[in-house]
Design a protein around this ligand. Structure first.
Ligand code: SF4
Length: 334
């Protein structure tokens, strides 16, 4: 147990006290902690979150503007048009977007993210997003975020000018593992979009998806790469193996491993909004959601995910109230 005590002591000193995230090697030591050290690890991660983010929990809703039929081949994704997964291409119109934003706001959420399953936006999508963002901003008091794939510099500037508050683009996995997951674009292309978003002044939301067969070393590598990028938000997804995708037969990550990963990412990213995103119900269930919120997570997505059902918003909101964790107010995010 000496090494265990050591890395948790280092984390208390370096991360809780000084706010400096763990580096790749230190994250690896955390990911290799034995199961019996996980409760103590979660306590340290919770202390980090309280020290550097505070008790507030950010609530976000997402809506899919364009679902399915994506030309890319991300092996985990049921929205790729290259696999046999049963998600068909569907578009939403502007009134439906505004209604979804209104319903999201009614849950107390402060962020509303418009998502499209595309490689990157074409002119038609940019025009639709412009109309949608304007209509939502005129009608609903909520921050609008977008997730539209890879961007050019001009598109980045345009989204910023439209008033988009945050842009989501995920690294998904470590650079060294990416070619096993996606062959139609590179990790470097994703990284490039993320750095342009950061430089534009929009907030950057950059997610990770774990449980795709990567090694713990590669998980630590990803935490280090996210630490270098310094995103404002990191949605942490656990693989939910979708039928018909190349990763459809992979096993679901166990709850203890998932919680260890949550805590390790919190220790790498002390100030980031760390959000539970897709797959948490499957991996963690109710108890895990609670443990994660007490182990470093400080944001949740309410309602439905893009292609799978999440939990009822009221269940999450009741849990937050149980845990005495206030929902972050809109003014605090502006
Ligand atoms: S680019 Fe996005 S929508 Fe398209 S296959 Fe990859 S993850 Fe799915």
């Amino acid at each position: 147990m000496t090494a265990v005590v050591e890395i948790l002591d280092v984390a208390r000193q370096q991360v809780v006290e000084q706010g400096r995230g763990l580096d790749e090697n230190q994250v690896l030591a955390v990911l290799n902690l034995p199961d019996e050290a996980v409760p103590e690890l979660l306590e340290v991660a919770h202390d980090v979150r309280m020290a550097w983010c505070g008790p507030d929990v950010e609530v976000e809703g997402i809506v899919s503007l364009k679902t399915g039929g994506c030309p890319e081949d991300c092996h985990f994704c049921s929205q790729s048009g290259q696999f046999t997964s049963p998600v068909r291409s569907v578009w939403l119109d502007v009134p439906a977007l505004v209604e979804a934003a209104r319903q999201t706001r009614a849950t107390g959420a402060t962020e509303f993210c418009i998502v499209a399953a595309v490689r990157g936006p074409d002119q038609r999508l940019m025009d639709q997003v412009r109309d949608g963002v304007k209509a939502i901003t005129d009608a609903v008091d909520i921050n609008v975020a977008c997730s539209l794939g890879m961007l050019s510099q001009e598109q980045t500037d345009e989204l910023k000018a439209m008033g988009v508050h945050r842009y989501n683009h995920n690294l998904e996995t470590a650079r060294s593992y990416f070619p096993q997951v996606v062959t139609t674009h590179s990790w470097e292309e994703r990284w490039h979009t993320c750095t342009m978003v950061r430089a534009s002044g929009m907030e950057l939301c950059c997610g990770a998806l774990v449980g795709m067969g990567e090694t713990v070393e590669q998980r630590a590598e990803l935490a280090g790469q996210l630490g270098a990028l310094e995103p404002d938000e990191v949605p942490l997804n656990f693989l939910n193996p979708r039928p018909g995708t190349p990763f459809g037969e992979m096993p679901v990550m166990g709850a203890t491993e998932a919680l260890r990963t949550v805590a390790a990412f919190r220790l790498a990213l002390p100030r980031t909004i760390l959000r539970y995103a897709g797959g948490r119900e499957l991996t963690l269930g109710d108890l895990g959601t609670r443990d994660g919120l007490l182990g470093g997570v400080n944001a949740v997505i309410v309602g439905n995910y893009l292609t799978t059902l999440g939990r009822e918003p009221s269940e999450d909101l009741a849990l937050l109230s149980d845990l005495r964790m206030p929902i972050k107010a809109l003014s605090a995010t502006l």
